[in-house]
Design a protein around this ligand. Sequence first.
Ligand SMILES: Cc1cc2nc3c(=O)[nH]c(=O)nc-3n(C[C@H](O)[C@H](O)[C@H](O)COP(=O)(O)OP(=O)(O)OC[C@H]3O[C@@H](n4cnc5c(N)ncnc54)[C@H](O)[C@@H]3O)c2cc1C
Length: 481
Amino acid sequence: MGLHVVIVGGGIAGLSTAWYLQQEVAAKGLDITYTVLEEGSRWGGKILTEEVVWGENGRFTIEAGPDAILTQKPWALQLAKQIGLQDALLPTNQLPQQVFVWQKKRPIPMPDGLFLTVPTRLMPFARSPLISPSGKLRMGLDWVIPPRRDAADESLADFVRRRLGKEALDKIAEPMMAGIYNADAEQLSLLATFPRFRELEQKYGSLIRGMLAARRSRKAAGHGRSALTPFVSFTGGMRMLVERLVPMLDGECRLKTGVTAIQPLPDGRYCLMLNTGHALTADVVVLAVPAYVAARLIRPFASEAAHLLDAIRYVSTGTISLAYPIASIKRPLNGFGMVIPRSQNRPINAITCTYLKFNRRAPEGYALFRIFFGGSRHPEMIDLTDIELLTVVQQELALMLGITAEPVLHRIYRWRQGNPQYDVGHLARVDAIEAALPAGLYVTGSPYRGVGVPDCVRQGQETAVRLVQTATQSQLTPLKI
Ligand SMILES: Cc1cc2nc3c(=O)[nH]c(=O)nc-3n(C[C@H](O)[C@H](O)[C@H](O)COP(=O)(O)OP(=O)(O)OC[C@H]3O[C@@H](n4cnc5c(N)ncnc54)[C@H](O)[C@@H]3O)c2cc1C
């Protein structure tokens, strides 16, 4: 008898686990089958693209969740190529790649060459009005401040304050983390999110020196400019990744099938209770669901792992996309978007100029903006009614971009308890969770070792490889041939 794997959760992590399990099984000729169970009525989880037809030939492509993948992390791109999406890759527009910071009631460009707070080009940074002269001097002290040598974790905010000073934190790192990563820099684990910063600090004694050296060696190796832009999407939006992948899965894939409970069986297998009233038996279970859902499902028989899973904090965030005729924008932002520091006391976290970031997102003559709200900074925003939210956001757009017209369309998406937070100590917590899980049970996806889509794909692949290795080593799986 072969082995049956049940993957719970049809977001990108669960779907990637299924895909790479399928590849392993085919490559090694194993007798393993799988089922994917998704509670919702569509695949993709946070990946959700809406298309709105506009006029004769136009359309708006609106992202509710991720709008791009980071090309520096290759795993989602590799998956896209494997499933034949190579030709559908959509790079960001080359110009204008500028990102702005809302500062003293006006948008100020981030200096060129700034990599997540750290200047990698000195002249644009020296000339930038964003940081005061004393703030720049303080950032320069990074060259001489002795590096931290121990391996202990710390918050991103503590790290930036320690190396680059408070102004760099307030004006760059904090708004980037809140606006782009939905995270609170004061709680965010450095080691779980930007371990390279610590590596550079320890290797070069200074973050800026380390970044400059890395830039020089990339140039020397001829990798100064990649053929791909740092971020890419797909011509029809992020949903293409899901829509192409799901039909290529040869396991059973069931929508509207939530797992309500899991019971270990005396023979080492698991029985999964489904919200359809049925039950399903599995040799191996992969939980690709939020950590608090995994905790609830395993608590009756794995209380320590459940307790650790519950310690992964979540925040609620949302996005609202609004479209306007371009002519109605009195003070357009000539860039991809703007982040808004906490110190500016505004109710929104960031604005993306979707129509400038990517082609094909808005019909000719129209602008499409996406505004991020909620998170640790403004949790109350999530509970506003649609009308209240729209009023607040329109006031912000009037202030920041001079838009007083009514939007021609808007779409609101709320992700309640949707964003796992990698608080200080996160990696140790994840190690402990994995060690505490009973045999035949795996957790994977955004709550653990990377929230971005590429990291979720990588974790799905790693989980599939690990489970096949364990299963074949314990000789649970007779080879077909
Ligand atoms: C607004 C926003 C913007 C983002 N922007 C980007 C970006 O630009 N680039 C990027 O790389 N990443 C971005 N991210 C992060 C990224 O999209 C997510 O981290 C990733 O998609 C999560 O994938 P996942 O499979 O781990 O979880 P999810 O997508 O949350 O999937 C989990 C699935 O499990 C299902 N489920 C839950 N409980 C059960 C149950 N009991 N039984 C069965 N199924 C269940 C859920 O319905 C869901 O479909 C963004 C996230 C958000 C919210």
